[in-house]
Design a protein around this ligand. Structure first.
Ligand SMILES: NC(=O)c1ccc[n+]([C@@H]2O[C@H](COP(=O)([O-])OP(=O)(O)OC[C@H]3O[C@@H](n4cnc5c(N)ncnc54)[C@H](O)[C@@H]3O)[C@@H](O)[C@H]2O)c1
Length: 442
């Protein structure tokens, strides 16, 4: 029996408990029940994971910055060290991977890890192109029933997400007609940073670039505070998708959680003039989604960088919410941010008699710890709230919006095949070009 199967079966049935004294075995964090984890990208955002990971065995640390490896080693002294995640994934005793690297490597690490039978927690955004999102989702689906996956959209655990879903599903605004999310973060950059100095000897800059095309070193890519440094590179096309993948991953999640959507049948995008080096700050993308078994066809929108949806009522100033969502229905609207919501019944008929609030017992139960949910899933039923199917379709839609923006016309999209059916240029832009030697699905 492989170690991973052993962990799963001990978590579910208690099998194997005879081999060690009971006192050391009981409980989630008993030695026999700990996961062997590889942390890839060990500093910055990874610091938010150190606490949860310290409850398990961190057996491998991988980072392109040797100084970051040394710092993380103080917390996880027993782990082996790597600078290349491809080598790290060869370590034989790993059960699971937490990936906190740059956006342009997420799909690679996630895919390679799943192909090696490893559970994966991957920071948002899960992918940097439509193709990457689809490949990762396909690998996840192929391994369904074997691996636990989670996209790092930890705000999903805020209980307001459940309350918003309940109000929409229970008809508090009547039949759902549209939903949208927005974010107001604006980071303007003219283009890739020019060559400046040499990378320090402790930084493996070529591995930092990874599959992306060559760019010269500039310390500006590394100048941010831990956990915020992504804002120093994620707006450049070769490294990220700007606010689409950044706050878009979190804020569209508020909508995604409530609408039970698959992939859209069309996408449109408009915004500031296209810059081949930098993703747009101001952007509006709109998608059509077919009806499902509880709601009619709807439109879904994403607004960023100053573009805003129309407010359902003039006295509600949406601009006072930095990241939020609006749901419009036949009888009213719901405005939400991550932590709260406002219900706005629309007219004389919207007396709420058609809507029955849930009892305490009927409320969607709290998710609990978001990271913990994944750790438990790895050892148990493999179920998480933001698996690579849920999170994969979300980011596929968001990135398709960027393609529509670049093409400049309404794209018809076949979600089954992942093809744009009315634009050859659109199809080309679904994928990224990689440097020789880098394979997404290996
Ligand atoms: N869920 C959230 O709320 C949240 C918050 C912040 C950042 N993030 C995400 O976390 C990721 C990292 O962001 P950050 O600000 O920590 O970035 P960062 O630039 O600080 O990089 C994080 C770490 O990864 C290392 N690294 C970079 N490329 C690597 C590679 N190829 N292999 C191994 N290590 C590599 C860096 O040296 C650094 O230690 C981003 O994708 C970002 O979107 C998520």
């Amino acid at each position: 029996m492989q170690r991973r199967q052993f962990l799963k079966s001990t978590a579910v049935t208690g099998t194997g408990l005879l081999f060690l004294p009971a006192s050391t075995l009981r409980g989630e964090d008993a030695p026999s029940n700990k996961l062997n984890i590889a942390l890839i990208g060990v500093w910055g955002r990874a610091l938010a994971h150190h606490g949860a990971l310290a409850t398990q065995n961190v057996v491998a640390l991988c980072d392109v910055d040797e100084n970051h490896l040394a710092l993380a080693a103080e917390k996880f002294p027993k782990a082996k060290h790597y600078v290349d995640w491809r080598k790290c994934l060869e370590q034989k005793d790993i059960d699971a991977v937490v990936c906190c690297t740059l956006d342009h490597t997420h799909a690679f690490v996630a895919n390679w890890a799943m192909n090696r039978g490893l559970h994966v927690y991957c920071e948002k955004p899960l992918a940097n192109s439509v193709e990457e999102a689809r490949v990762v989702r396909a690998t996840h689906l192929k391994n369904k029933g074997k691996l636990a996956t989670q996209v790092g959209t930890q705000r999903h655990a805020i209980e307001n997400f459940n309350r918003v879903r309940e109000l929409i599903r229970d008809g508090a605004i009547g039949d759902l007609e549209s939903a949208c999310a927005w974010g107001d973060r604006q980071l303007r950059r003219p283009g890739y940073l020019p060559a400046e100095g040499e990378p320090p000897s402790t930084l493996h800059f070529d591995l930092w670039l990874g599959p992306s095309p060559e760019h010269p070193y500039n310390p500006g890519y590394f100048a941010g505070q831990p956990g915020m440094n992504c804002l120093n590179w994620n707006m450049y096309w070769d490294f990220g998708s700007g606010q689409v993948g950044d706050m878009g991953s979190h804020t569209m999640d508020l909508v995604w959680n409530a609408i039970d959507a698959g992939l859209p049948t069309s996408a449109e995008g408009k915004g500031e003039t296209y810059n081949p080096e930098v993703t747009p700050v101001e952007l509006t993308t709109t998608f059509e989604h077919p009806a499902n078994n509880w709601r009619p066809a709807i439109t879904v929108g994403w607004y960023q960088g100053g573009a805003m949806p129309e407010s359902p009522r003039s006295y509600v100033d949406l601009k006072r919410i930095d990241h939020g969502a609006v749901f419009e229905g036949s009888k009213g609207a719901l405005v939400a941010d991550f932590g709260s919501r406002v219900l706005i019944p629309h007219n004389d008929k919207a007396d709420l008699t058609y809507y029955k609030p849930r009892t305490q017992e009927q409320l969607i139960p709290p998710l609990g710890g978001f990271q913990q949910e994944w750790l438990n899933a790895c050892k148990g039923d493999l179920k998480t709230s933001c698996d690579f199917d849920y999170g994969g379709t979300l980011i596929e839609q968001m990135l398709l919006g960027l393609v529509a923006y670049r093409v400049g016309k309404k794209l018809d999209y076949d979600g089954a095949t992942g093809r744009v059916t009315n634009s050859a240029e659109g199809n080309e832009l679904l994928k990224r070009k990689y440097r020789p030697g880098w394979a997404l699905d290996a």
